[in-house]
Design a binder for this molecule. Sequence first.
Ligand SMILES: Nc1nc2c(c(=O)[nH]1)N[C@H]1C(S)=C(S)[C@@H](COP(=O)(O)O)O[C@H]1N2
Ligand SMILES: [Mo]
Length: 168
Amino acid sequence: MNRNLLICLAITIGIFSSAMAQQPLEKPSGRVLLTISGAIDNTNVDDKAKFDRAMLLKLGIHTVRTTTSWTDGVCEFEGVLASDIMDAVGAHGTIVTATALNDYVVDIPITDFKKYGVLFALKMDGKELTTRDKGPIWPIYPRDDFPELQNRAADKKWIYLLYKMEIK
Ligand SMILES: Nc1nc2c(c(=O)[nH]1)N[C@H]1C(S)=C(S)[C@@H](COP(=O)(O)O)O[C@H]1N2
Ligand SMILES: [Mo]
């Protein structure tokens, strides 16, 4: 009897921890801000991972203070770490092909995200970003801390109006 109970418990824990390892994504209930496809392990709508604002915020909110090529002085950006999003979807590629609402497309090395602590900003100076001010998601590089980011070529990766990414 006790032995059966133990076996039951072991099986339950086994099933539970394998489900945890897969980290299944909940389904978005609000407006989808970001859709990720390609080389990912965790999906929630067909073969894609879709995030609404609440799902993004659950990944943990971070702040980056930096100048940008578009704004005056130092701005405070609030959002989620791109690397946390990559972990959440189980990305295992090298290149992120990012697409904006204005059809601009740029390839970003996935290693940028951890190397620079790239923030997917949802707010600037306390105000939610909208499509009128480069949102709803604007990838922010902490450019003030890295001289190699302080040029036009690096600015190409600041894809404002971001809404879609394919991991390759
Ligand atoms: N959504 C979007 N993001 C974009 C671009 C664009 O056209 N659309 N241009 C990129 C390029 S090529 C550069 S150099 C910088 C600055 O572009 P801008 O002068 O058009 O703002 O933003 C980058 N991010
Ligand atoms: Mo550019």
